[in-house]
Ligand binder design. Structure first.
Ligand code: ADP
Length: 401
């Protein structure tokens, strides 16, 4: 079965075409047939398309909305005598609220329910809906579509970890809960770790640290999430590229008063001008900050605050789990920054974690163990493949019917 995986962001559409060979295991056995993206939709869009046996194409593209972007992707997949059969489409949807605890075949009722969740994810769910509607319009009813949610993996988080300590009635009234995000990434990381270690995911107890532009940590027991650092929105938890992560909520009102701005302005600042960017005043890109670490005190501070927070969550999640067998680093920073991994893991021998310095220095962007042979808590680097999970779930939902 060939599955087109569509991941629509606010101004991007990323895609892959995946030929599934076996969707029964924790990880999909697959072959990637094509992938690419349309970027900066509506403001001088550009594209990059790559396919098996075809030359890579890139350049600018006159597309003004998601529908045109999806249309150009499908047109390319069917052009040049490479009429790639598309048997199904899997869409990544960020927020499933308490409505979608797993993937679901898309119909009009599902679309309405995703739409109703727009309020909880105003930047993300409308983009996913545009991608769904565009694909339906272009491919027609004959091609089944499945929605796979970034929040679903976290629905196993118990009440004591998912509930904020605010008046209970308010949480009930407004559906306030720690939903968690990056679920597809954490789900892939743990499945891949289990696969590499030859064991069922249901036997794995680990902490996953997904560190990219957005960052989150998840505590996983028996292959299921039991706590995660992002909450009602992706703003909570770790320090990120431009997001602050955890802070004292009293700061919102205090800063609004002091700066004569609104709470909305402060929330915007916490999402877009904080984190690594706000701390360093230099960049939200960890590459630049680690390169400047020795000579720029603000870059150094940003990296140190980032690592301290991640390490604090690691310690907390080891306590939540009562110990673990592995810590897994993923995401652009987790995969590629030995300095960050070293700082997060330094001095953790008390819990059995010892890095292998030479493995840590050399493992960049590949799936490999970086802990010392005698470390009782293993440390792994895993390159996340969210599309694998989206395609697997899509195939499973369609096979169930
Ligand atoms: P997203 O969360 O948008 O999917 P990625 O997982 O691709 O992002 O992570 C992007 C981030 O990874 C970049 O902003 C950069 O900070 C970081 N990164 C990429 N390569 C390196 C590197 N060699 N060293 C440190 N950080 C890196």
């Amino acid at each position: 079965m060939n599955i087109l995986v569509i991941n629509s962001g606010s101004s991007t559409v990323k895609f892959q075409v995946i030929e599934t060979t076996d969707a029964t295991g924790d990880l999909l056995r697959q072959q990637k047939l094509a992938r690419g993206l349309v970027d900066r939709i509506g403001a001088g869009a550009s594209y990059r398309f790559e396919g098996l046996g075809r030359s890579t194409q890139s350049g600018s593209l006159p597309v003004g909305n998601h529908e045109e972007a999806v249309r150009s992707i499908i047109h390319w997949l069917r052009s040049d005598g490479h009429d790639l059969a598309l048997d199904a489409v899997g869409h990544r949807v960020v927020h499933g609220g308490d409505e979608f605890l797993g993937p679901v075949r898309i119909d009009d009722g599902v679309i309405s329910k995703i739409e109703a969740l727009n309020e909880l994810a105003p930047l993300h769910n409308p983009a996913a809906l545009s991608g769904i509607r565009a694909a339906q319009k272009i491919l027609g009813a004959a091609v089944p579509m499945v929605a796979v949610f970034d929040t679903s993996f976290h629905h196993t988080i118990p009440e004591q970890a998912a509930t904020y300590a605010i008046p209970y009635e308010l949480s009930q009234k407004h559906k306030i809960s720690r939903y968690g995000f990056h679920g597809l990434a954490h789900q892939y990381d743990i499945a891949r770790y289990a696969d590499l270690n030859g064991k069922p995911v249901a036997q794995v107890r680990a902490v996953t640290l997904h560190l990219g532009n957005g960052c989150s940590a998840t505590a996983i027991r028996n292959g299921q999430a039991v706590d995660t650092s992002m909450g009602f929105t992706p703003l909570e938890g770790l320090v990120m590229g431009t997001r602050s992560g955890d802070l004292d909520p009293a700061l919102v009102n205090y800063l609004a008063r002091k700066e004569s701005v609104t709470a909305v302005d402060i929330e915007d600042m916490l999402n877009k001008r904080s984190g690594l960017l706000g701390l360093s005043g230099l960049s939200n890109d960890m590459r630049e900050l680690t390169a400047a670490y020795d000579k720029n005190p603000r870059a150094r501070l940003a990296v140190d605050v980032f690592c301290h927070r991640a390490r604090k969550y690691l310690g907390a999640y080891l306590a939540v789990l009562g110990g673990a067998e592995a810590v897994i680093f993923s995401g652009g920073i987790g995969e590629n920054s030995p300095l960050v991994r070293e700082k997060i893991c330094a001095g953790m021998e008390w819990c059995g974690l010892t890095l292998d310095p030479s493995a840590n220095a050399t493992v960049i962007g590949t799936d490999s163990r970086i802990s010392a042979p005698d470390s009782t808590l293993d440390v792994w680097v895993i390159h996340t493949d969210e599309e694998n999970i989206i395609a697997r779930e899509t195939a499973r939902v369609l096979q169930r019917r």
